[in-house]
Design a protein around this ligand. Structure first.
Ligand code: SAH
Ligand code: SF4
Ligand code: F3S
Length: 581
């Protein structure tokens, strides 16, 4: 086992730094010679914890690994390389990570070349990397959230020097473009629009683990989305810790509404965004959401607490009243909107009255769904230094009471959907029953219904028969074969060979030269028939003339192009047919 080298370690005070201007860096994928040799035919697995930012990082890591030659596997035990992509937002997220690291010990025992990497937000915390290297000797490489794009260089160095490496930047706030990626889904996608967070809510570790807030250029976002639309994606979710503070770092007035509008205009069937912060929620944004039917009428609006005094201590920058006003404004501008939220119970010194404020707020808002968490102190954050007089038991009891109130509201929404028809984007067969499909409505409600698995990735109409708190049971209204046929039509229309066929057909139909040749040919053929009783001498020159015309017609480049494009299109249709069989 190689020696351990610390290239860099995180420092929370440096992570607070917000000074530099972000630079845009266009990355180039380079595979070192040792890595190329190692990766050939080897299998990898990535285990991701935490939020969508980590899921997107997993896709980018996969992009790099596959460029190097690694192949993905679903079987953890046959992996030659494993990456554990960690989350630090609450203590229980961290405990799961240690369990996962432990499980990969057997890979190292069976395969001395096995490489275990640990990355993600937890690695950005002081002491984590060191603890992991000391406790788990089978971990070979640790890196952080700011050097995901250095994965191939780190692996090359690790293999070439036969050393274990730790490289976690404390502060890096550039925007890296040109990132390779292998998306986990072929019909719904996450697109980063901002990285990091500058809000510094007092309980939260994210601003330290993900760095300063920085926006991607609108052009880069639009190009990525355009590509997804061209590939037939059905849903895009724009991602950021605070999507609606997009563009603040440009100081030129570019804002989130502009991103929403530009992406909506590309015609993606479903456009979502997460997470929006109540403090940055503008009227502009509301108007754009209301204006475009393909922007889903579903807003995740974390409240965290219903008490103004707790909100102040949390550093959330809005009061209970301001939040409720915003909810009113949203509901007035976007009728039928679904609202979801995040709530923390048991913030240090939260009183019974303050907690009850959260309960009454939830009763008022009637969320469609909510993520509820018990406060978890995060080392290095201001709230972790607050003296806390609320017992664990009290926190737990409040949590149970809150969940009850939330579930009442959620159930009411679910019940109100029974007897109506909703559009559902199908995720595929449900985990519990392969004969049942599951998918989400525009308002992000989970629906289960019977249907064939080939509907995965399609949007279908489902009638709701029955409701449970967190899911609905429905009946598919569309004919599955017709859904498939119409989606194939849309896909074929985007294929190069189809586009070429249409171009060639148009050129053929509008060629006056070919039209003239054809008319002449037909005219001469008529004469041939009329002269059929005369001698061969009369017929031969006429036949020759017709042959000349035919030669010119069938050898004309416009005609030949059309024939070859018909052949290309036929082979594309054959391929589709083979895939369906
Ligand atoms: N940027 C997003 C999400 C951040 S993390 C936002 O601002 O909404 C997701 C959720 O985890 C937060 O909304 C919050 O409810 C919860 N969370 C964050 N830190 C926490 C902590 N220390 N203890 C418990 N829950 C926490
Ligand atoms: Fe954390 Fe607050 Fe930033 Fe969300 S807005 S990531 S809760 S600091
Ligand atoms: Fe967790 Fe990092 Fe996301 S701490 S919630 S994975 S930004």
């Amino acid at each position: 086992m190689g020696k351990l080298i610390y290239k860099s370690l995180p420092d929370m005070s440096k992570a607070r730094n917000r000074v530099d201007n972000p630079k845009v860096i266009f990355d180039e994928v380079k595979v070192g010679p040792h890595l190329a040799k190692f990766a050939k035919g080897k299998k990898y697995v990535i285990k991701t914890f935490g939020c969508q930012a980590n899921v997107r990082d997993e896709e980018i890591l996969s992009g790099y690994l596959e460029k190097a030659g690694f192949i993905k596997t679903d079987n953890d035990r046959e992996a030659d390389l494993a990456i554990i992509n960690t989350c630090a937002v609450r203590e229980n997220a961290e405990e799961k990570v240690y369990g996962e690291i432990g499980k990969f010990k057997v890979n190292k025992t069976n395969n001395k070349d096995f490489i275990l990497c640990v990355c993600g937000c937890m690695m950005q915390e002081e002491g984590s990397a060191d603890y992991i290297m000391k406790t788990y000797p089978h971990v070979s490489l640790v890196f952080g959230t700011h050097n995901v794009n250095k994965i191939l260089d780190l692996l090359e160095e690790k293999i070439a020097r036969n050393k274990k490496l730790v490289d976690v930047y404390s502060f890096a706030g550039d925007v890296i473009e040109n990132l390779p990626s292998v998306r986990l889904d072929s019909y719904k996608a996450y697109v980063n629009i901002t990285y990091g967070c500058d809000k510094f809510c007092t309980y939260c570790i994210v601003p330290y683990t993900r760095g300063r807030e920085r926006s991607r250029k609108l052009e880069e976002i639009v190009n990525e989305c355009k590509e997804l639309v061209a590939k037939g994606y059905q849903e895009i979710t724009l991602l950021g810790q605070n999507v609606n503070s997009y563009g603040k770092d440009f100081h030129d007035g570019t804002n989130f509404s502009k991103v929403l509008e530009e992406v909506a205009k590309l015609g993606i069937p479903r456009l979502r965004f997460m997470t929006s912060h109540p403090w940055d929620f503008s009227n502009d944004m509301l108007e754009i959401i209301a204006k475009y039917p393909n922007i889903m009428k579903c807003i995740h609006l974390p409240v965290q607490s219903g008490s103004t005094s707790v909100l102040r201590l949390m550093g959330r920058r809005y009061s209970r009243e301001e939040y409720l006003d915003l909810v009113d404004r949203i509901r007035k501008t976007i009728p039928g909107v679904a609202l979801t939220t995040d709530i923390i119970v048991g913030f240090p010194n939260e009183t019974e009255e303050e907690f009850e404020d959260t309960l009454t707020l939830c009763e008022k808002v009637q969320y469609d769904s909510a993520f509820t968490f018990i406060y978890s102190p995060r080392k290095g954050t201001p709230a972790a230094k607050m003296i806390d007089n609320v017992s664990d038991k009290e926190k737990h009891d409040r949590f149970v009471r809150l969940v009850k109130v939330i579930e009442d509201g959620v159930s009411k929404h679910a019940e109100s959907m029974v007897g109506k028809t909703y559009k559902v984007l199908v995720d595929g067969p449900s985990k519990k029953d392969k004969g049942v499909l599951s998918g989400y409505t525009e308002s992000s409600k989970l629906v289960n219904f019977k249907g064939p698995s080939f509907l995965k990735g399609h949007i279908v109409n489902v009638y709701i028969n029955e409701s449970h708190t967190y899911s609905l049971i429905g009946t598919l209204l569309d004919d599955p074969i017709l859904v498939l046929a119409s989606s194939l039509k849309e896909k074929i229309e985007k294929e190069d060979s189809y586009i070429r066929y249409i171009e060639c057909k148009n050129a053929f139909e509008s060629s006056s030269f070919l039209k003239q040749l054809k008319e002449e040919m037909e005219e001469k053929q008529k004469q041939l028939v009329n002269k059929s009783f005369k001698t061969d001498e009369d017929l031969l020159p006429l036949k020759k003339e017709i042959d000349e015309l035919k030669k010119a017609y069938f050898n004309d480049p416009v005609y030949l192009n059309l024939q070859s494009s018909i052949a290309d299109l036929s082979s594309l249709l054959e391929q589709i047919k083979d895939n369906l069989e």
